[in-house]
Design a protein around this ligand. Sequence first.
Ligand code: NAD
Ligand code: ZN
Length: 362
Amino acid sequence: VARIVVNIANAPSYDVRIGGNLVEKLGGYLREVNQSDTALVITDENVGPLYLAAAKASLVDAGYRTLDITVPAGEGSKSVAVSSEIWTAMADLKLGRDVLVVALGGGVVGDLAGFVAATYMRGVAFAQVPTTLLAMVDSSVGGKTGINLEQGKNLVGSFKQPIQVCASASVLATLPEREWACGCAEIAKSAVIDSDEFFFWLTDAAEALAARDEGVVAEAIARSVVFKANVVAEDETESRGVRECLNYGHTLGHAIEALAGFGAFSHGAAVAEGMRFAARLGAACVGTPTDLIFAQDELLDALGLPSLDWSAKPEELLAAMKGDKKVRGGHLRFVLPREVGLWEVVEVDDETVLEHLGAWVR
Ligand code: NAD
Ligand code: ZN
C-alpha cells in the first residue's frame, strides 16, 4: 500500500492510500484519523450494489454505526435537488456535527458528497473512496467539491479537504472501458505537465496500463496523486495560477463536449483531443517542439485515446470555448507545453485560435 501525504496550508494534512482490496480495510484506516460514532456512506446506483456491502462491513468492524444513501448514477446527481434530499435526510436522521460522510464512487459522488459534507451544519468530516480511475488520479485529491446549475457545471461549491482518500485499485476491475479511458487522459495530462520522468515512464508503461496491469495501474495512480498533491499544495484555491495547469487540454476539451452534446464523447476522449490541439497551438505560440507533439500523439494512441473522428465549425468551437468560465477578459487562455514538464498559460487572440482550429478540424 502506497501512502502519499497531502499537505495543504490551511487544512490538516491527509493521506492518500493506494493499493488492492482497500475497501475491506476502510474502517480501520478511517479509525486512525476519525472518532465519529456514525459514518454516512454516499454512493450511486452502479457502485452501491458492487461495493457498498464491503465498505459497510469494514466500517462496522471498526465500530461505526453505518447509514447509506444511494443517488442515481451520472452527472445529474450533482444538483441542488439531490444535495437538498441528502441534507434533509441527514437532518431527519438527526445527524450531528460529528458524523463522518464517506463518498464511495466516482467524481460525481465525490463532488456531491464533499459539497454536502462542506455545508451540512457548516461542515462535517469527509472521506473519499474513489472508485473510478479519474476519481483516483484527479477528483478525489485537492478538495474541490461542488454541484452544477442549469447555467453551468460546478457553479456552486466549496473547498473541502477530506480526512483521507482510500483508492482501492481492485474496484477498477468493474469499470467500463469508456470510464477507464477518462482516467487515462488525466494521467497523460499530468505526465505532460509534470516531468520528463513521468512522461517517459508512462510512455513505456502505456500498454500495460491499457491492459490494466495491477502494479502499473497502482504506480500510475501514485504518480498522478503525487503530481496533483504538489500542485494543490502550492495553490489550494486557484489563486496563484499554479493550479491552472490542471486545465491542460480542457479548454478545447470542454468545448468539444459541449458542442457535441454532453455524453457524445467521453470527457477523456475530448480532453485527449484538446491536448493534441494545445500542443499544436503551442508550436505556434511558445515553440512546442514537434517531438513533443508526436510523442504525445503516440502516448494517447497507446492509452486507447485515438484522435477523434469529428468535425465542427471553428467559429462554433471558439464560441463554445468562450462560454467556458475560465475566460478572463476577451482572450482565451490556454495551458501550453513549452516542453514536457514546462508549461505556460498564454492568452491567445481569436484570430490565431481560429486559424489553428481551421487547420485542425476538417
Ligand atoms: P462518475 O462519477 O459519473 O463515474 C462514471 C461512471 O462509472 C458512473 O456511471 C458510475 O456509476 C460508474 N462507476 C464508478 N465506479 C465504478 C466501478 N468501480 N465499477 C463500475 N462502475 C463504476 O464520473 P467520473 O469520471 O468518476 O467523475 C466525473 C466528475 O468528476 C465530473 O462531475 C467532474 O466535474 C468531476 N471532477 C471533479 C474534480 C475535482 O477536482 N473535484 C476533478 C475532475 C473531475
Ligand atoms: Zn478532466
